[in-house]
Design a protein around this ligand. Sequence first.
Ligand code: IPM
Ligand code: MG
Length: 360
Amino acid sequence: MESNIAVIRGDGIGPEIIDAAIGCLDAVAERFGHTFHYTFPLMGGAAIDTTGVPLPQETIDTCLQSDAVLLGAVGGPKWDNLAGHLRPEKGLLGLRSALGLYANVRPALLYDQLRNDSPLKASITKKGINLMVVRELTGGIYFGPRGFRQGKNGQEAFDTEVYSINEIERIAKLAFEIAMGRRKKVTSVDKANVLDSGRLWRATVSRVAESYPEVRLEHMLVDNCAMQIVRDPSQFDVLLCPNMFGDILSDEAAMITGSIGLLPSSSLGTTKPGLYEPIHGSAPDIAGTDTANPIATVLAAAMMLSSSLGLTQETATIEKAINAVLDKGYRTPDIWSNGCKKVSCSKMGELIALEILKTK
Ligand code: IPM
Ligand code: MG
């Protein structure tokens, strides 16, 4: 198969983790006889430095013409003092919007090999963690009216949470579809005791649930949910969240699996190419040191192969390769513990690529 993949390296550790992922994609191409054509459009800080804006039109066009988009991470202290509309993060938000990526799917899975890396007690992790955050990505407070204004006590700033029934329905449907292929439970997260948008969210999700009688639906207030995720994460299957709650809870869900460096995510729309990225950010504190964990990005590339290119066997091969490398005791510093072999980001990428070439 021949595919066009737009690769956005980004900022901070972005280029390092992307290089490791490309090494693994090249191994997949070699092993299965595919050709992946890469383009490298700019976004975030790298785009600001070169073009003056975080999301050049050329980047949007390149992504729209590709079969899928693979992204490292964007942002860093260098660009922190720019106005909101010029920040690197605005590039990512703009791209999500331009590609119509309304759904962000973030699995949180506890690997057997890394059970001891979870910050939770063994009595909690022994029941396992395997949950899927399904986050609405192009609505809510991230995209509602915002601004600065003069109030009676001086300057004020405001951001607005807005959801339409249509936006809630389409993300809810996806969550129920995903749950049908899993343990058939959806926990819908809101703040319906305070927010009108939360009440519309809850009513709409309940209505969508009627079309999925096999799936058990529960509603949970976001503050309680944050607590339940650390009390007993095994109770969750699919967590359906509005944009900002999903942002927050997916970091929490990622951390309890041992390292945020392990978890990939996919952002999907209806027709345009999907975008695949690690959950974590650009980690400017370790950028350039070759110590980042590339596994989340390699897994994002794996998700891309099955979700956007229909290559399911290839995805399974990457997942097996990662397991094999972990079984052999190789660890990047974030997941290293006594008795394991500490390796760099690039070395971890090479080890996984080698396994891809030989895993049956
Ligand atoms: C994420 C990130 C982004 C978000 C930032 C970088 C805009 O935190 O993908 O979770 O808030 O969505
Ligand atoms: Mg986030």
